[in-house]
Ligand binder design. Structure first.
Ligand code: FBP
Length: 552
């Protein structure tokens, strides 16, 4: 394989660890707190997780480690969407295992959770590991979105773990994958198996966070990658002064990515799905809001600008949310009937009869190309694939229509030319920023220490992230502590609660305080490309979200 100069240089980068983890393994002790509770529905969750509910939080401190030197066999899974830094999590686990006992072994399950179900894996060894250190992507072993949930899948996973004599399975995943990890941990203990299950918080979406998990890995690099390109587009827009750019940003549900990019680049508009939902804004109201800003800038002769749109927006617009819920139901309950329909016209005619009147009207109001995207296959969790709905194009067409009407009425005198963009996949496999390279390595090493301590049902946790890495606090959070019960596919299910943008949180407030000025007065900021070498403020800054949330 031909290597770029940066990849060659990044192989030399030594990720930083919290001070406690740089000690000899014999000197890393576990300090357990008090028993914990789930964030809601305590009685139901206690019943569902009879063996793993309510464990204490644990932290690492300097002290005696009775388990040092234990020979371990561990399997690791990369689950769900790619996020920069996944390879360093594996490197952290690997180095920890080998430091503990050079005869310990790490196996990578191929293609995500299905690798565990099918017993498909590879042993990770020195040379193989070294090829992936500090690189982006999940290509070391691949990822997948299979859920381990049916009785057969759980039985197959147990069989693999037994056959491979695994001491632990480490699941690197988001909220859904770690919910699965919690269930697996419970099943393993309930069946008398000694295989432990440990999770690691991954997702560029940034929505797996709470008091104990300050951020999920990958969010930092993905946001910096998108912000670089948004900044470049802003500068282009400000140079040519003739285009409006509509930029959709990844983030399945929560708007953390859009908000962080807005804080980094100060665009003219950034829609926040959670606010749209709280204010019950219809598509028409969103269009009016955008056109108001476009018209105002036109009065200043500024017929250009940049608008950020979170990927999940359509699911937060009231009429679209109801439409999507009805479509999800119809497409699963009447799947046979629906799947027989040949082509979009037949589907639209069938839906007109089967949807509620309000949803049928909402569906009919969409341009046909966009409406067809609402009918694409659901993901394995039953979710509509919002990254495939071209919300940016939908908004452009609604804005064009409205501006035409405004021109007729004499309330808009500008020129409107637009471009649409979608930034998503290009941010998921970038070389991890120094922050993500360090954070991931520390998360991986922490997952190893939790494994070494014989714990199960824990999520690897590294905190105090705005301080230098040596001051980071490492430990484990019981997975059940982050859970509640939610309605999924018609029944109540235990799930890790997704963290949405909080409208009374500091990042949103910082944005809301400034957005009216940014809308009219061009205030663009150009962050430039991620820097891996150079002064601290250039290459080691955490995200604005993290700084604001931690009051810095
Ligand atoms: P995870 O939650 O699994 O980390 O995935 C996040 C994400 O990148 C979303 O932002 C996006 O909507 C989705 O994955 C795209 O999924 P896919 O990779 O299957 O197209």
């Amino acid at each position: 394989m031909k290597l770029s100069a940066l990849q060659t240089a990044r192989y030399q980068y030594a990720p930083k660890l919290p001070a406690v983890l740089t000690a000899k393994l014999e000197q890393i002790a576990i300090e357990a707190g008090k028993p914990t509770q789930s964030m809601a529905n305590q009685a139901e969750l206690k019943e569902l997780f009879k063996h793993t509910y309510g464990k204490p939080m644990v932290n690492f401190k300097k002290g005696k480690n009775p388990n040092a030197g234990k020979k371990l066999r561990v399997g690791v899974i990369l689950s769900g969407g790619q996020a920069p830094g996944g390879h360093n999590v594996i490197a952290g686990i690997y180095d920890g295992l080998k430091k503990g006992n050079p005869e310990s072994k790490l196996f990578g399950f191929l293609g995500g959770p299905s690798g565990l179900i099918e017993g498909s894996y590879v042993e990770i060894k020195d040379k193989f590991m070294d090829e992936y250190r500090n690189t982006g992507g999940f290509d070391i072993i691949g990822s997948g979105r299979t859920k381990i949930e049916t009785a057969d899948q759980i039985a197959a996973s147990m069989a693999t773990a037994k056959k491979m004599k695994l001491d632990a399975v480490i699941v690197i995943g988001g909220d859904d994958s770690n919910t699965n990890a919690a269930l697996l941990a419970e099943h393993f203990v309930a069946s008398g198996m000694s295989t432990q299950v440990i999770g690691v918080p991954k997702t560029i979406d940034g929505d797996l966070k709470n008091d104990m998990i300050e951020t999920s890995f990958g969010f930092d690099t993905a946001c910096k990658t998108y912000s670089e390109v948004i900044g470049n587009i802003e500068r282009d827009a400000n140079s040519a002064k003739k285009y409006w750019h509509f930029v959709k940003l990844m983030g399945r549900s929560a708007s953390h990515i859009a908000l962080e990019c807005a804080l980094q680049t100060q665009p003219n508009v950034c829609l926040i799905s959670e606010e749209v939902e709280a204010n019950k804004m219809t598509l028409r109201q969103i269009t009016d809001y955008l056109c108001g800003i476009i018209a105002k800038r036109a009065e200043n002769n500024e017929n250009f600008g940049v608008i950020l749109i979170p990927e999940g927006l359509v699911e937060f617009v009231p009429e679209m949310k109801i439409l999507i819920a009805e479509l999800n139901d119809l497409m699963s309950v009447k799947a046979d009937e629906f799947n027989k329909l040949a082509g979009f016209d037949a589907q639209a005619a069938w839906l007109a009869k089967n949807l509620s009147k309000a949803s049928a009207d909402a569906f009919a109001s969409l341009p046909a190309a966009i409406a067809a995207q609402f009918l694409m296959d659901r993901d394995p969790h039953g979710n509509v694939q919002v990254s495939r709905i071209e919300t940016e194009k939908l908004l452009i067409s609604l804005v064009e229509e409205k501006l035409k009407a405004m021109k007729k009425a004499g309330t808009y005198k500008g020129k409107f030319s637009s471009y649409n963009h979608f930034f998503g996949y290009e941010g998921r496999c970038a070389f991890p920023s120094n922050f993500d390279a360090d954070y991931c390595y520390a998360l991986g090493f922490t997952a190893f220490v939790l494994t070494n301590a014989g714990l199960t049902g824990y999520l690897s946790s590294v905190r105090n992230l705005t301080a230098p890495a040596k001051e980071w606090i490492a430990g484990g959070v019981p997975l059940t502590m982050m859970m509640n019960m939610e309605q999924r596919h018609g029944s109540q299910k235990p799930v890790i609660r997704k963290a949405l943008v909080e409208l009374d949180g500091k990042p949103f407030k910082a944005f809301a305080k400034n957005r009216d000025v940014w809308a009219i007065k061009t205030s663009f900021v150009f962050p430039g490309a991620i820097q891996y070498y150079g002064p601290d403020e250039v290459c080691n800054q955490p995200t604005q979200t993290l700084l604001l949330e931690r009051g810095i």
